[in-house]
Write a protein that binds this ligand. Sequence first.
Ligand code: FAD
Length: 533
Amino acid sequence: MVLMIDQFIVGTFFVTSLIGLLLLLILRPNKMRKLPKNNRKYYKIDNDVVMASPNNRHSSPESVAGPDVIVVGAGVAGAALAHTLGTDGRRVHVIERDMTQPDRIVGELLQPGGYLKLIELGLEDCVEGIDAQPVVGYALFKNGKITKSPYPLGKFQANVAGRSFHNGRFIQRMREKAASLPNVRMEEGTVTSLFEENGIVKGIHYKTKDGQEHKSCAPLTIVCDGGFSNLRRSLCNPKVEIPSCFVGMVLENCQLPVPNHGHVVLADPSPILFYPISSTEVRCLVDVPGQKLPSVANGEMTKYLKTKVAPQVPIEFRDAFISTVGKGNIRTMTNKSMPAVPKPTPGALLLGDAFNMRHPLTGGGMTVALSDIVVLRNLIKPLHDFHDAASLNKYLESFYVLRKPVASTINTLANSVYQVFSASSDEAREMMRQASVDYLGLGGIYTSGAMALLSGLNPRPSSLIFHFLAMAVFGVGRLLLPFPSPKRLWIGAKLIWGASEILFPIIKAEGVRQMFFPATVPALYRAPPVYRH
Ligand SMILES: Cc1cc2nc3c(=O)[nH]c(=O)nc-3n(C[C@H](O)[C@H](O)[C@H](O)COP(=O)(O)OP(=O)(O)OC[C@H]3O[C@@H](n4cnc5c(N)ncnc54)[C@H](O)[C@@H]3O)c2cc1C
């Protein structure tokens, strides 16, 4: 009898333990999501231990073994994206070729529209503590005259303005902020290729500094490897143009005549930019059309800057310019332009300059990258996990349309302003250049509307067309009033023709339908309608 009771107890204990174990296994992933905030679990990604956030709303049983997203490159786009996705609870693996602070002559002026995007992404503190300078407008210099064009910042809070800074300091702040999230893992390494299975990108191959080759897998790979991208070829049809190069220098302890303004000198053959990048330094970027630059090594560049450029620099900072040229710390960078022509690929996405570029004259690149991140974040928020490649791909196709109106407006403005602001031997083109400067100085809705476009505060395609046409009409009207002559009529017609020749090819390359009528593009409706408002 005792033996029978013992067997019963042992049997019951055994069966209960088995059921308990099974229940534990089944319920474990759900319980993890309910852990209190300060109670975190450690998961393994490849060979490294990373911390996964307990409030990871998007974690799924499948993704416990690896990241949800791989981000290639931690420049402006990659670092901001990693922080954004990490904040949304995704497990992010970032691979960046060089984690040391970049030292570059790119991405140093963030337009106010870009600053608003930083606020939306919770990254506005990344321009604090880096000696960034507020920028509240532009000063245009032509033939000894200054035209001031303020940004229309009136209806925004006092902190909203442009910011200019050392690009590397800004990026490093964003990298630190992303790395501080427990579910974001930053790793130094060079991504060598994407790998696919059945037409779906499954992850990347990368090499670490010690020469070791690694593989990382995730349901979504976002490539942000910049303007010199080696990886974009399989994800888009890159048609890169190089209209010009920038020659960059830093003027030390130089006061610009209009504080907190970008200074644009409408020089021959093309514009020269000056803007503060710290409380003691001014960045100078001299545009040189074409791809062939005078040699820095054999002194041709110094000669070019001293003889051709210096006489056109406004007298107020000409001496500072000449003495900086004499010091010889001259750097160059190609200015690229590339419309976004994606090949929607399941499991992968392009962002930043790897995907889309425009002439940097108007400083629109970072604003487009940050604006794209806001669009993407809002779009994929409802997706619980990314393993369903087909439905994820539909979302990503919507992204390409949703981003278009803002991105294309900034791109079109940048490429057309570069052409309008460049010198020309054609009389009508020169009239257009003068008209554009005077238009920006008109005040009222003319200045505020055009500056709202340039600053990224109101980058609407219809506004772009309105101001471009209004500027052309203004130019022609000035020619014909008070008495039109046949010659003036002819120049006026050429001005309108010239303006259309600049604007329409750029818009065509951007995609007329996607830019102006996105609602007629079927891909827009591939994602659930909830996020279309
Ligand atoms: C001369 C010039 C001036 C500009 N000035 C302005 C300006 O004033 N304002 C503005 O808004 N925009 C400006 N731009 C544009 C702006 O710099 C870019 O739009 C912006 O930097 C794009 O960010 P990104 O993250 O795509 O690229 P990047 O910021 O270039 O970042 C790319 C990152 O990817 C990493 N990487 C590359 N390949 C690999 C790989 N294989 N594996 C791992 N990591 C990799 C790189 O190390 C880098 O950190 C300028 C551009 C130029 C050319």
